[in-house]
Design a protein around this ligand. Structure first.
Ligand code: COA
Ligand code: AMP
Length: 631
């Protein structure tokens, strides 16, 4: 089998192709057909099937040959804990938590927000929701109360499951005060909360609303998996868009099962029974697809790592975990390896570990810089494979499909489109561009199974954000080109989304937080290049007339505001005061040009610029912060 024949097999008969892949899933009642296109340009896959995600991810393995196989290896250098949970144990834990949620009134379709650190209970909570047909929405622990409140109001959960704290190197982050604050801020109030008390910090519970995890599950019935329809939402995951309001990406049950199962062998090259590790967080899509669902659906062992690439305790942690747990395929963001490389440039720590089980290393979430790829290749002598995807798609759009055929690596390209994805480069007027030309990266509709069918409670926004610019296509928000061999290159975002340490952030959301400062009249946030994190947000602030407080004080207050409203994950520490912002005559702030100035790249002011002299002022302000080349 070659990549070309596999891709052609899909292109010639897409529905037959996906019906074939669907045979790997245990259906309560199989789908009558693959694609449901009656609502085009909105599409659904396997909509009329009956199926359960927890059954496919847990019970079918636990009840069969994998009962005693490790489902989850929890390795937590921040607490010193290491535990293995077998498939049989995981089934019982999910059944008990599912029973407890049901006993407390959670019904199929009810939303449950999960705000937890990287502990096994986070996966149990997700799978327990799936077991009873509840729709989970996991919120990353690095988000502050305001961001959590926004998600509570959008998802309107019946319940929230949280940990008492997360452990960051050098500090404990108490989640419970953030949760209480978020519920206070939100208009919607959950009926109850379940709190996992961790030994590092005991949260104060609110009587009548909060239940301690173990009290909550005590005496509950072990529930069976509830069949749901193929288009039942498995989860909602919020991601950043251009505006401050996050987008609730919906994932339907059946397509999610079929697609993720397909990727484990074809994209990641692992067979059932092998150990797979994605070093990410359950709060991100990588955590959903490749810490929780993908490996479990496929019968792999997943590693749940509560730590950082460096400092827990050192830059050898990744190698230690890979070696100790015999990891076959490993996946993380390039920024994590940049951190390792910074601390151990010669790779002395790699040599301490036996990495003979490791076959492939995968990178995604942000641009993989060639230096990091070359360094890793040299250190490991194994394939280092970049792949490109988004929260919206849930799995790789473009990758090197080692399970089908390992293609030559071209450093700088995530390789080629997967079956299901007809990727095209479009010009501004929507015409497909020839090889080598830079344009908007778009995917011909319908998107394949497992990708987002819509946004939660926001169908119009879904259409406007993704389908309206290029009719018949999904607009990815990325720009790039395809070379003569069909390899894709991702060059930039076409919107104001930035990528900080592999985390996708909205400059609009940061601007909203800054604009709320009483002294700030107007502001713009741009992403400037950073050696470690890829990009860092930088704020340009115009103050109200008559404000004569020290600028440093106002900047410090702005930094604090972003940390309190969005969270530490925004890593917002850079800001400066400017007199004016560059705009077009119609008032649009020219963020793209400011990014180019900051990164000392060539730029051309658009003909529509209101006053080109402002660009020189911006350059001077950025130079005083160490950006925009030398003064
Ligand atoms: N809960 C609470 N706070 C969190 C958090 C969480 N789950 N995750 C991160 N934070 C905090 C950090 O403590 C840090 O706070 P600080 O400003 O007080 O130092 C801040 O958010 C920024 O975190 P991070 O971006 O992780 O930066 P860092 O400097 O702590 O670490 C790296 C840098 C490169 C080691 C780190 O970004 C990393 O491991 N990245 C991997 C990327 C990744 O997993 N991406 C997911 C997509 S694949
Ligand atoms: P997220 O939804 O958080 O996964 O972010 C998706 C975005 O991250 C993409 O639209 C790209 O802008 C960027 N991204 C993800 N993977 C890659 C990659 N391999 N190379 C370049 N950019 C990437």
């Amino acid at each position: 089998m070659t990549y070309q024949t596999e891709y052609k097999a899909w292109k010639d008969a897409p529905e037959a192709y996906w019906m074939k892949q669907a045979e790997a899933i245990d259906w309560v009642s199989p789908p009558s057909k693959a694609l449901f296109d009656e609502g085009a340009p909105l599409y659904e896959w396997f909509a009329d099937a009956q199926v359960n995600t927890c059954w496919n991810a847990v019970d079918r393995h636990a009840n069969g040959a994998r009962a005693t196989q490790a489902a989850i290896i929890y390795d937590s250098p921040v607490t010193g804990q290491k535990t293995t949970i077998t498939y049989a144990e995981l089934r019982d834990r999910c059944a008990l938590m599912g029973g407890a949620l049901k006993r407390q009134g959670v019904e199929p379709g009810d939303r449950v927000i999960i705000y937890m650190p990287m502990v096994p209970e986070a996966l149990v909570a997700m799978l327990a929701c799936a077991r009873i047909g509840a729709v989970h929405s996991v919120v990353f622990g690095g988000f502050a109360a305001h961001e959590l409140a926004v998600r509570i109001d959008d998802a309107t959960p019946k319940a929230i499951i949280a940990g008492s704290c997360g452990i960051e190197p050098g500090r404990t982050v108490e989640y419970k005060p953030l949760l209480d604050d978020a519920i206070e801020q939100a208009a919607h109030k959950p009926e109850f909360c379940v709190i996992l008390q961790r030994s590092h910090c005991e949260a104060t519970l609110i009587p009548g609303r909060d239940h301690e995890w173990y009290d909550f599950i005590e005496g509950a019935e072990l529930v069976d998996c509830l069949p749901v329809s193929g288009n039942h939402p498995a989860y909602i995951l919020y991601t950043s868009g251009t505006t401050g309001a996050p987008k609730g990406v919906v994932r339907h049950t059946a397509g999610h099962l079929v697609a993720l199962n397909w990727t484990m062998k074809n994209v990641y090259g692992v067979d059932p029974g092998e150990v797979f590790w994605a070093a990410s967080d359950v709060g991100w899509v990588v955590g959903h697809s490749y810490i929780c669902y993908g490996p479990l659906i496929h019968g792999n062992t997943t590693v749940l790592f509560e730590g950082k690439p460096v400092g827990t305790p050192d830059a050898g942690t990744f190698w230690r975990v890979m070696s100790e747990h015999k990891v076959a395929s490993f996946f993380t963001a390039p920024t994590a390896f940049r951190a390792v490389k910074q601390q151990d440039p010669k790779g002395d720590l790699v040599k301490n570990y036996d990495l003979s089980h490791l076959r492939y290393v995968y990178l995604a979430g942000e641009r993989a810089d060639p230096d990091t790829i070359h360094w890793l290749q040299d250190m490991l002598g194994k394939p280092v494979l970049d792949h490109w995807w988004q929260t919206e798609t849930g799995y790789a759009i473009v990758c090197n499909p080692v399970g089908i055929e390992q293609l030559p690596v071209k450093v700088g390209s995530p390789t080629v489109p997967m079956p299901g994805y007809d990727v095209q480069i479009l010009g501004e007027d929507g015409t497909p561009l020839p090889a080598g030309d830079l344009g908007a990266i778009a995917i011909k509709l319908p998107l394949p199974p497992g990708t987002l069918p819509t946004l939660w409670n926001a169908e119009e926004r879904f259409i406007k954000s993704y389908l309206a610019t290029f009719p018949g296509y999904y607009e990815t928000g990325d720009a790039g080109y395809i070379d003569e061999d069909g390899y894709l290159y991702i060059m930039a975002r076409t919107d104001d989304v930035i990528n900080v340490a592999g985390h996708r952030l909205s400059t609009g959301a940061i601007e909203e937080a800054l604009a709320g400062h009483p002294d700030v009249a107007e502001c713009a946030v741009i992403g400037v290049a950073d050696e470690l994190k890829g990009q860092l947000p930088l704020g340009l602030l115009c103050l109200n007339a008559g404000v004569n407080r020290p600028e440093g004080e106002i900047i410090a207050e702005c930094v604090k505001r972003v940390r309190e409203q969005i969270g530490p994950v925004a890593a917002f520490k850079l800001a400066t005061v400017v007199q004016r912002l560059p705009k077009t005559r119609s008032g649009k702030i020219l963020r793209g040009i400011m990014v180019k100035i900051a990164d000392d790249q060539p730029y051309k002011a658009p003909a529509t610029i209101d006053d080109p002299a402002i660009l020189a002022e911006i350059k001077e302000a950025l130079q005083s912060m160490g950006y925009a080349g030398k003064a």
